[in-house]
Design a protein around this ligand. Structure first.
Ligand code: ZN
Length: 159
């Protein structure tokens, strides 16, 4: 069976950035399971996997536009230090409520009374290099299609 819309796909992957640093990997863990064409993984990786079968290995280079997006300068803001309770240091993460819903924001700089925060995804602007092996492709159950995600190993577990 080939990877196509609504197929359940299980992959092992290693993600590297342009510098060759490993950012994430499923190796040594359960493979990642997702439903093709439902936005469960980034668009560029779905495109690269379309038509593949179990056992296929591929290297996919994915530009930011098809990954986690380009950096949005409007999500970088300066706020006064007094807006924070307690200690504020670069690298701290917190959840901010925005018009578009909750968003993870990271403190990128603290200088004097001003704190710079960045609401971009940590991988925004990055070209992503995926080393992927397809381990299984199967038909989704009706329940999985109704939920829009995979159940069982590598997928969602309902309790
Ligand atoms: Zn479910």
């Amino acid at each position: 069976m080939q990877v196509a819309r609504d197929a359940v796909v299980l992959i092992h992957y290693t993600l590297k950035n342009d510098a060759g640093e490993v950012l994430d990997s499923s190796v040594g863990h359960e493979p990642l399971a997702y439903l093709q064409g439902r936005g469960g993984i980034i668009a560029g990786l779905e495109e690269a996997l379309e038509g593949k079968v179990a056992g296929d290995k591929l290297l996919a280079t994915i530009p930011p536009e098809k990954g986690y997006g380009v950096k949005d300068p409007s999500l970088v803001q300066q706020v006064p230090r007094r807006a924070f309770q307690g200690d504020v240091r670069a690298g701290m993460q917190f959840t901010a409520s925005t018009e578009a819903g909750p968003r993870t924001v990271v403190v990128t700089r603290v200088q004097g009374d001003m704190v710079t925060i960045d609401g971009n995804h940590a991988l925004a602007g990055e070209t992503l290099h995926f080393d992927v092996e397809v381990t299984e492709v199967r038909v989704a159950s009706e329940e999985e299609l109704a939920h829009g995600h995979v159940h069982g190993p590598g997928g969602h577990h309902h309790h």
